[in-house]
Ligand binder design. Sequence first.
Ligand code: CA2
Length: 153
Amino acid sequence: MGTKRLYLLNGPNLNLLGKREPGTYGKQTLEDVAKLVKDTAWDHGYEVVAYQSNHEGDLVDWIQEADGEAAGIIINPAAYTHNSIAIRDAVSAVSLPVIEVHISNVHSRESFRHSSMIAPVCAGQVVGFGIDGYRLATLGMIQKIESEGRHDS
Ligand code: CA2
């Protein structure tokens, strides 16, 4: 059981959203992403704790921290998606549902982006809907939490 709180975790270089490569990742910023998730969650009575880091260990620490503090984790591990056993192990170790999000359609890009170390241990994955994928993941996460009776307040 967890409180009506979600963790939103974003990995390396996503602090550059809206500032570089708008053709691939769009014009909206990471602050816009956090607001979208917070507004969507708030409409359903959930609060959101949002973090971004360029460092793998920070993401591992926040995944561990979420266990006991939150009812679910929405994560875009960015490039760590494709190579991080540490993040995979952290996700495996928590008892919370975790949903992986990618802004771009990783399957239409370079082959090294086609596989995810993390997805096999996640509850679900949202790929290729741009920033709106975070909203979709939030709705899917809340639906899952509510249907499974995972929150306690
Ligand atoms: O599509 C996604 O969300 C990705 O997770 C983004 C990662 C990439 O390594 C994954 O394969 C797919 C890269 C995030 C970098 O973000 C930037 C944003 C603006 C400008 C430059 C990088």
